[in-house]
Design a protein around this ligand. Structure first.
Ligand code: PGA
Length: 257
């Protein structure tokens, strides 16, 4: 991926219910992606759809990735999918530490282990972070800093160059756009995230990381968030499944230079 371009990640979560529907969503996304000039799109379907979707032609700015992978190489881990299995299918991108995985028990230590494993296998992770509540005292900032620190600790500096972090305030995930975080708060939080990365890895690395925003991004707020939110793209959940909605988000982001 070219980091100059903006990035929209479509997180389908555990949707849709059939391969046929997955192909439909893939196809309308593909159609719009081929019209974009400044934006790359990374689709994260359920892993069972990765192989059939990878067989369909797609434009150069449309990529496929996994929503999760195991940190373990192989063995007795029922239901898990390994990084080598993804690699074997030609998949290069893996989401790590989404809040819905964390809610199922994934802690920062596991997230850290996954990041190490993904990098070492030569794949590209997208690290998700985000607080579940905000308060006036700013304890959510301390929470975020701890999350960042414990997720990236021990990673080699070379891996941190150009690393993508998706900031997703959990309290806004799955909500309608009116309940998304406002662009000013997003802007400030992104500065805070970069500052925190800078404390652990230095300012040079901090200036190179790419921060995306996710949670309640819809066509109505996409343009405003990209213009004023200080982010280089989005992680879109529910709206990425909608035929009318997702192309509008992609076009909105692409229209902002
Ligand atoms: P949402 O989900 O766009 O439905 O809020 C975002 C996410 O959880 O990745």
């Amino acid at each position: 991926m070219k980091s100059k371009k903006k990035l929209v990640i479509a997180n389908w979560k555990m949707n849709p219910s059939s391969l046929e529907e997955a192909k439909n969503i893939f196809n309308f996304t593909k159609k719009t992606a081929s019209l974009l000039k400044n934006t790359e799109v990374l689709l994260l379907p359920p892993s069972i759809y990765l192989q059939p979707l990878s067989k369909i032609d797609r434009p150069k700015n449309l990529f496929l990735g996994a929503q999760n992978s195991s940190a373990e190489e192989k063995g007795a881990f029922t239901g898990e999918i390994s990084i080598s299995m993804l690699k074997d299918l030609g998949i290069k991108f893996v989401l790590v530490g989404h809040s819905e995985r964390r809610a199922m028990g994934e802690d920062n230590k596991t997230v850290n282990k996954k990041l190490q494993a993904v990098f070492e296998a030569g794949l590209i992770p997208v690290l998700c972070i985000g607080e579940s509540v905000r308060d006036r005292e700013g304890t959510h900032l301390e929470f975020l800093k701890e999350q960042i620190k414990n997720s990236i600790t021990g990673l080699q500096k070379k891996y941190m160059v150009g690393m993508t972090i998706a900031y997703e305030p959990i309290w806004a995930i799955g909500k309608p756009y009116k309940e998304a975080m406002n662009p000013t708060d997003i802007h400030e939080t992104v500065l805070f995230i970069k500052k925190s990365v800078g404390e652990f890895f230095g300012k040079d690395i901090a200036s190179l990381i790419r921060v995306l925003y996710g949670a309640a991004v819809e066509s109505q707020n996409a343009k405003e968030v990209i213009e004023y939110g200080n982010v280089e793209g989005f992680l879109v959940g529910h709206a990425s499944l909608k035929k009318e909605e997702f192309p509008l988000i992609l076009k909105a982001i692409d229209s902002v230079r």
